[in-house]
Design a protein around this ligand. Sequence first.
Ligand code: HEC
Length: 301
Amino acid sequence: MKLMKACIAGLALVGLGTPAALAAGGTMPLEKGDTPLPDWEFDGVFGKYDKNAVQRGFQVYVEVCAACHSMELMSYRNLGEPGGPFYNPDDPALTEALVKEFAAQYMVDEVDDFGDTVQRPARPSDKFVSPYPNVQAASAANGGAAPPDFSVIVKARAGGADYIYRLLTGYPDAEEFDSENRLHFDDDHSHGVLTQPAGLYYNPYFAGDTGGNWEGDPRHKPPGGYLAMPPQLSDFRVEYADGTPPTKEQLASDVAHFLAWASEPKLENRTSLGMAVMIYLFFLALLVYFSYKQIWRNVEH
Ligand code: HEC
């Protein structure tokens, strides 16, 4: 019976340990005044994507972020694959038509029979067209900082989707700045004035140092840094067809959901395979235990 108990305890450990371990990697400290983080459905052992959130987030990406951020590793056809925003297992023809129609809005270069470069509408097999032709153009258009590519951004940043959500919703509101673009801090953490450098935007979640522009006790300088991206989201920035109220927080959570899917589109396969393997191992352990009992039944040991 000892073996049996060990097997069960082992299984329970593996089952319970995984979500805790995953969560530990990503969670940011909740500071005073922080709103709670969304409850991501893709975290944990049974992780899967909320299809509606992925669809809405895709809309936010296309209508807002795609003006600056590329997704070079994505092809248009990926949008119709399981978990993707256009995926519809009941109607593959519709999925295909939607992907084709979406791709055809973009133009890509092609070399024709005479060796000339011509443009044609994109096809599902083409990679996402980038908003800028190269990184120099991207940074020149954005005050010297190129907007990072979004193909694997959720995997590439500590904190993953939590970080994206916090960054997008973390900018101070416009009314918090005085007429000289300064923020006045007067709370338990810090007392002082922070000047926002021209062309940069203060965000408590962006890695950096606020010390240089802080008038106050240096030990209590505000957390975070300045980035070249102005605040992007506000209530009603996007209109949702499914009736979900498009608050700033909702838009941020949806776009983070979409970016999480883009960074790991095969997550659902992985979690369901993982579960099948666990069940298989459990029955294998039972089988081994009972065969052991059977074989040693009449043997003194
Ligand atoms: C007007 C152009 C523009 C738009 C639109 C835009 N961004 Fe950005 N974004 C930038 C630039 C520029 C940077 C680089 C900032 C820096 O490094 O100082 C950036 C950086 C980021 C970063 C990375 C921060 C890091 O850790 O390096 C994230 C995440 C991000 N943007 C998310 C978004 C999302 C999500 C949207 C759509 C809702 C969006 N951005 C729309 C210009 C833009």
